[in-house]
Design a protein around this ligand. Structure first.
Ligand code: AMP
Ligand code: ZN
Length: 115
């Protein structure tokens, strides 16, 4: 947890471009955007991945999904459409082991889900 870059972003120890924040959620611009809109949405507690969601932390997860809709409104992609992705584990391509949701949009993302 001490080495977690997203925990450091929440604490302000690593800079980020904030998009949205509430008691449970922090959202910021991805440093390597793959679409015109590419926002990362994370819980303000360290949850390693989707595999670690449980009854005790599920409030953070529901707040994340409510926040995602607010973020798509802020970014003007709510009506044009968007994609939400959470990579989990090695085959899922997860690089940062702090649960996060990629919110992608601002162009036609196409139907392809895997390479
Ligand atoms: P994942 O492969 O799902 O673990 O994605 C991790 C994402 O975090 C990648 O899209 C990175 O570009 C992004 N990322 C890594 N470090 C930072 C950072 N300091 N600020 C913003 N985004 C970051
Ligand atoms: Zn963390």
């Amino acid at each position: 947890m001490e080495d977690c870059i997203f925990c450091k972003i929440i604490k302000g120890e690593i800079p980020s471009k904030k998009v949205y924040e509430n008691e449970y959620v922090y959202a910021f611009e991805d440093i390597h955007p793959v679409a015109p809109v590419h926002v990362l949405v994370i819980p303000k507690i360290h949850i390693p991945s989707l595999n670690d969601i449980n009854e005790d932390n599920s409030k953070y997860v529901s707040e994340i999904f409510k926040s995602i809709v607010e973020i798509t409104k802020l970014k003007n992609i709510c009506n044009s459409g968007y994609r939400v992705i959470s990579n989990c584990g090695e085959d899922g391509g997860q690089v940062v082991n702090h649960l996060h949701f990629h919110v992608l949009g601002g162009k036609d993302l196409g139907p392809k889900l895997v390479k």
